[in-house]
Design a protein around this ligand. Structure first.
Ligand SMILES: [Zn+2]
Length: 251
């Protein structure tokens, strides 16, 4: 079992890459004068003025079924060593350069994943207790984010090793070997419908042009597992944003 704490500066380059969406500035948070309603005035104008913002409330009766049943989505994830950081906004796991997603003929590589409590997206006005975001980037810098809803249920074995070691202080980091890291290929539901839409990062700078893929089938985590991250981050979700003229598709 190779778990060790290492100094923050070693992972700074990863934390400041574009797809590391939770690293933009230290002056925003999820409540009060620096909360989501004020992000536009804290130097991230798109958060207030953008018209293709995330998350959204997905209304199932309004979404467009895609022709056929295949969506061109192919996920090739596995288990890999992780650099995990408590960045003050979430628990974020930075990933090496091997896990890929292809969508509409374009290949994206997994950069990082992180967690929100409660969920950011809603389905028919209903939130889940948690949402996991897997941030993928292609060679041109385009982002595709996979959203996995988490419902309360069975203990999640794939996430158990990571959950035992969640860094509980801001800027605390750890490295998880591939043996102890979740097998993301097993974690992601094999048979699920997906919701597709164009949106944004859900944290400052709220950059748009993000392809979102939401799994309709949630994964399960136990009450104890959900409580553990909620103790660290009682509420780190951005509320739903207006859909405006966007189309939402489903396979
Ligand atoms: Zn997120």
């Amino acid at each position: 079992m190779s778990v060790f704490i290492r100094p923050f500066y070693l992972i700074v380059p990863l934390c400041f890459s574009l797809a590391s969406q939770h690293s933009h500035g230290a002056d925003w948070n999820y409540h009060g004068a620096h909360g989501p309603a004020h992000w536009g005035m804290l130097g991230s104008e798109l958060c207030a003025q953008g018209e293709q913002q995330s998350p959204i409330d997905v209304e199932l009766k309004k979404i467009h079924p895609l022709a056929g049943s295949a969506s061109d989505l192919k996920i090739s994830y596995g288990a890999m060593s992780l650099d995990v950081v408590n960045n003050g906004h979430s628990i974020q796991a930075n990933v090496g350069d091997v896990e890929t997603v292809t969508f509409k003929g374009r290949e994206y590589r997994l950069v990082q994943f992180h967690f929100h409590t409660p969920s950011e997206h809603q389905i028919d006005h209903v939130s889940y207790p948690m949402e996991m975001h897997l941030v993928n980037q292609d060679s041109d810098g385009r982002l595709l984010v996979i959203g996995l809803f988490v419902k309360e249920g069975k203990n999640n074995r794939e996430l158990a090793s990571l959950w035992k070691r969640l860094p509980d202080h801001e800027n605390q980091t750890l490295t998880l070997s591939a043996k102890d890291a979740p097998d993301l290929g097993s974690l992601v539901p094999a048979a699920s419908h997906h919701v597709f839409y164009k949106g944004s990062l859900t944290t400052p700078p709220c950059t748009e042009g993000v392809q979102w893929v939401l799994f309709e089938q949630p994964i399960e985590m136990s009450k104890t597992q959900i409580r553990k991250i909620r103790q660290l981050f009682p509420d780190n979700h951005r509320p739903s944003q207006p859909l405006n003229e966007r189309e939402v598709d489903e396979d």
